[in-house]
Design a protein around this ligand. Structure first.
Ligand SMILES: [Zn+2]
Length: 459
């Protein structure tokens, strides 16, 4: 009897020893409220969405969203922030980078996915980024700097992201140091994000050693100054070693077994045109003007009538839309175009719709619409307004529709342009430009109306 008891106590003790204990992480002190994290992050995210070429390719975006949601679902209770709004978006840029903003918005570069060797590696970077958000490192760092200003921060953050040169932004003046601090962390916070990230990974069903593997991959792929990600997230020293040590102390309770999505996304990415570098994006000043999608690969020719069957697309967490199933999605940096084969070429489309958001000055809908029409007319000399803007319903809310005439630059024939506009909750303009040759407009107009009715905004 007595011997038996001792033995089982010993076995229990032995069973516990190899597991060790996970490292306890204490969030640093912070002068900001979680609500301020959200406000600052939302401002910066809105700018990021305007400036960066987001991927609108559902195969990729929904995959990254799924991984993000998996991590979001395992946030430990003591770090849950009811005010935070997590989002996981993909940027069509080939540089190996990712960043997360206070309060939840995360952006993962296509280049990061392309560099990764496994799903666990992608999750590793995302878990690290999410940990900065959960531990509120951005505003904690701003608190340390002794600054406490809400203005101009978002702009500075964006300067840092877009320019790809956080260092220069910091050097320009101390007021920008605060903004850049959302993205660039010291060794102590890096170590915290690594350890917390490892713990999140294990909870989400991944081996945290994949995170260490990804960091080694990133280090190997660096150019002369290393990838941007590494200068924003410097190696505190012995990174791989302490992540692997933490991984040994963690138990992966429900390992994710189906990781075939990773291979599918990787091969899909290989089939797409190469993404631009962040430098090219910065030079092109994407976001300062509406741009048509990359329709250059198309060729004008015979166009099939719109299919009566529809296909739904989800666009960068911003809206969903259903279009005829024989139209193609042509993502662009600020707008997405849906057009049939034969109906687009060389930055032009002759049939279809272009949907986008214009984040410029906020005005009443009629004023914003008139401004937008003026800007369209300045780049399309043949464009004339055929009638006053009429009230209509766009995406279930109050909108305007405006009929215009144009001479297609591509075909030199008369075309009708029906513009739909409404306001996003934050006051920015949401628009749908629908186009068909005059000869086909009677067929297309009901289709355009149906497409506009199908739109659901997630603002
Ligand atoms: Zn970091």
């Amino acid at each position: 009897m007595r011997n038996g008891l001792v033995t089982s106590a010993l076995i229990a003790a032995l069973a516990l020893v190899p597991l060790g204990a996970q490292t306890r992480i204490t969030p640093p002190s912070n002068k900001y409220t979680p609500a301020q994290d959200v406000e600052l992050g939302m401002q910066a995210a809105a700018e990021a969405r305007q400036q960066l070429p987001l991927m609108r390719d559902d195969a990729v975006t929904s995959y990254i969203e799924r991984l993000g949601k998996r991590l979001e679902g395992v946030i430990p209770p003591n770090l849950q922030q009811p005010a935070f709004k997590y989002s996981f978006e993909t940027v069509n840029v080939r540089d190996i980078n990712a960043f997360a903003l206070p309060g939840g918005p995360m952006f993962v570069n296509r280049g990061m996915i392309e560099a990764a060797n496994s799903e666990g590696e992608v999750v590793g970077v995302m878990a690290h980024e999410l940990s900065h958000v959960l531990l509120r490192h951005g505003t904690a760092q701003a608190s340390k700097a002794g600054k406490y200003q809400m203005g101009q921060i978002a702009g500075a953050v964006l300067g840092a992201i877009i320019g790809g040169t956080v260092g220069q932004v910091v050097a320009q003046g101390t007021q920008f140091g605060l903004g850049a601090s959302f993205l660039r962390f010291g060794r102590e916070y890096e170590r915290q994000a690594d350890i917390m990230g490892a713990q999140l990974m294990a909870r989400a069903g991944y081996d945290a050693r994949d995170m260490a593997a990804m960091f080694r991959t990133i280090e190997k792929q660096g150019g002369p100054s290393g990838p941007e990600w590494l200068s924003d997230h410097p190696n505190p020293g012995n990174r791989s070693a302490y992540i692997e040590k933490e991984a040994q102390a963690l138990r992966v309770s429900n390992p994710v077994s189906d990781r075939s999505g990773f291979d599918r996304v990787k091969s899909h990415l290989r089939s797409l045109p190469k993404a631009p570098s962040s430098e090219e994006v910065a030079k092109a000043g994407a976001g300062n003007r509406p741009q048509p999608g990359p329709t250059a690969n198309g060729r004008l020719g015979p166009v099939e009538p719109p299919s009566s069957r529809t296909r739904e697309y989800s666009e960068g967490n911003i809206f969903r839309i259903s279009v005829p199933s024989n139209w193609r999605e042509l993502p662009g940096s600020n707008a997405v175009t849906f057009a049939p084969e034969g109906g687009y070429a060389q930055e032009q489309f002759t049939h279809g719709v272009q949907v986008g958001i214009l984040r410029n000055e906020r005005h009443e809908l009629d004023v914003a619409t008139a401004d937008f029409i003026r800007s369209m007319a300045s780049s399309n000399r043949g464009l004339t307004q055929r009638s006053q803007s009429m009230p209509t319903v766009v995406a279930g809310r109050r909108g305007l529709q405006t009929l215009m005439s144009n001479v297609s630059e591509a075909t030199r024939t008369a075309e009708s342009v029906l513009l739909f506009t409404t306001r996003m909750r934050d006051g920015t303009l949401f628009y749908v430009i629908s186009v068909a040759p005059d000869a086909d407009f009677r067929t297309y107009e009901p289709v355009f109306q149906q497409v506009v009715r199908s739109i659901k905004l997630n603002d």
